[in-house]
Design a protein around this ligand. Structure first.
Ligand SMILES: [Zn+2]
Length: 466
């Protein structure tokens, strides 16, 4: 057990470390000391204060206090350390000091390790406190949480590593088996040449066989029959190589001697690397496929992996240039739905401002105003103001959609419906409860409505009830 004079030395040191006072508890501690009219330099006053702390801790320890016992033990160690090295470790003494402040000032204490939070009997023993030590308890929970997260992450990583090892092994065996197969390193030389020429016109410089690879079909290119993909992640490369080895190549050589088929499959696999665009053959004959390809070219030209504004700005430029303005308008209203554009190109940085301006110049003014006003203003920092002509058109549209009387219905998607209520509060701008369906009673724009119908694309028919 540490002696009182040794404890004084430890306290003296702790109180003199400037950053011991950086927390509220530390300053509070000091203020308490100074309100006795004393200064740290007044030795007898300092000793009296330090002794008060010492006896308080000893008292708590005798009642079975866990933290006070640890703090006294800590003080003993600091003292021994100072005797040996004539120095304290600042990173250790500071938390120790804060612990003392927490026990004395915040009355945080508990019985035994992991024991219940207890009580300091104060004064005549009438007053009781139940305070969890703000440091210890929070730290314990944080440590537990961090440990659980780490274990989960480790397990996932091990799983991934094993799968990767197995996959790499399979690929090595496959490549060994097909070594010496001579021929073209891909599915179709003519189609590759066409794809490369399209990519060159899209603005990619010095296009090579490694920039774009045509596949027999869209297997593995993503959900929903996505006809093209830019390989921006190692895992995607693994997936596409697997498709070549397990699906495309076996079909092409089926029933033949692989060495007599004109395909160098190892060369084909080698072409699949970071930055390569992979595209299904059918996409080359189809405007939708080309649109997707220009999107992938956007990833390649900008070097951005995410679905950000830069990529969509590039996609818009390429589609308008190569497939024409009417196609571009259609693409950015029907293929790329407003909700999708609001979420990705217009809200995912970098480049939202660039894309927002390009999109504004492309789309009909009123449509753009209704769908994108808020997100355009957020992205560009500018106000979106309608031209006089568009204002007129917008007013006419709104008049035609006058707020229905009670018992009448109105039809449209939420952004269009909101044009009835230009001054509607933000909290009332969505249909509540969310996910409502036909037959539900909802609130919207401060009124109560009956959902008479709701289409899969989100068009509501609402009957006004109040
Ligand atoms: Zn993309």
């Amino acid at each position: 057990m540490i002696q009182i004079t040794e404890f004084r030395a430890v306290m003296n040191f702790a109180l003199r470390r400037s950053h011991a006072f950086s927390s509220i508890s530390g300053r509070d501690f000091l203020a308490r000391f100074q309100t006795n009219g004393d200064q740290l330099t007044d030795e007898s006053a300092f000793n009296a204060f330090s002794d008060q702390v010492y006896y308080a801790l000893v008292g708590y320890q005798f009642q079975g206090g866990f933290y006070s016992a640890n703090l006294l033990q800590g003080a003993q160690e600091f003292f021994a350390q100072r005797v040996q090295t004539d120095a304290y470790d600042d990173d250790v003494i500071s938390p120790w000091f804060h612990g003392v402040a927490a026990v004395i000032l915040d009355r945080g204490e508990k019985k035994g390790e992991g024991g219940p939070t207890i009580i300091h009997q104060v004064g005549d023993g009438q007053e009781q406190y139940l305070v969890v030590d703000p440091f210890e308890e929070t730290r314990r929970l944080q440590e537990q949480e961090a440990l659980a997260k780490k274990q989960l992450a480790d397990a996932r990583r091990r799983e991934r590593d094993e799968a990767k090892k197995k996959r790499d092994g399979n690929e090595a065996a496959f490549r060994q088996e097909r070594k010496g197969c001579k021929g073209y390193p891909g599915y179709d030389e003519t189609l590759d040449a066409r794809a490369m020429s399209i990519l060159s016109t899209a603005g990619a410089n010095n296009v090579t066989l490694d920039d774009i690879v045509v596949m027999p079909d869209a297997t593995g290119l993503g959900v929903g029959g996505n006809p093209a993909i830019a390989l921006m992640l190692p895992e995607t490369i693994d997936t596409i190589r697997d498709v070549v080895m397990s699906t495309h190549y076996p079909k092409l050589v089926e029933g033949k001697n692989p060495h007599e088929v004109n395909i160098d499959v190892n060369g084909w696999l080698d072409r699949l690397k970071i930055g390569t665009i992979v595209i299904a053959a059918s996409a080359l004959d189809d405007d939708f496929g080309l649109g997707v390809m220009y999107h992938e070219a956007g990833h390649k030209v900008t070097g951005e992996k995410g679905e950000c504004g830069m990529v969509f700005a590039c996609e818009l430029t390429l589609i308008e240039r190569h497939l024409g303005r009417p196609f571009a308008v259609d693409w950015f209203t029907r293929v790329r739905q407003p909700g999708y554009l609001r979420q990705h190109g217009l809200s995912t940085q970098p480049g939202c401002d660039v894309f927002a301006e390009k999109l504004r110049k492309l789309l009909p003014e009123v449509h753009f105003y209704k769908e994108f006003k808020q997100v355009y203003e957020a992205a560009t920092g500018k106000d979106l103001v309608l031209s006089e002509e568009a204002q007129q058109k917008f007013a006419e549209e709104r008049a035609a959609l006058a707020l229905p009387e009670v018992g009448k219905t109105v039809t449209g998607k939420v952004p269009a419906l909101l044009s009835f209520f230009p001054k509607c509060e933000k909290s009332q701008q969505s249909i509540k409860p969310a996910g409502s369906k036909k037959g539900d009673q909802v609130t919207f724009a401060g009124y109560t409505w009956l959902v008479e119908n709701k289409t899969p694309s989100g068009e509501y028919t609402l009957k006004r009830l109040t």
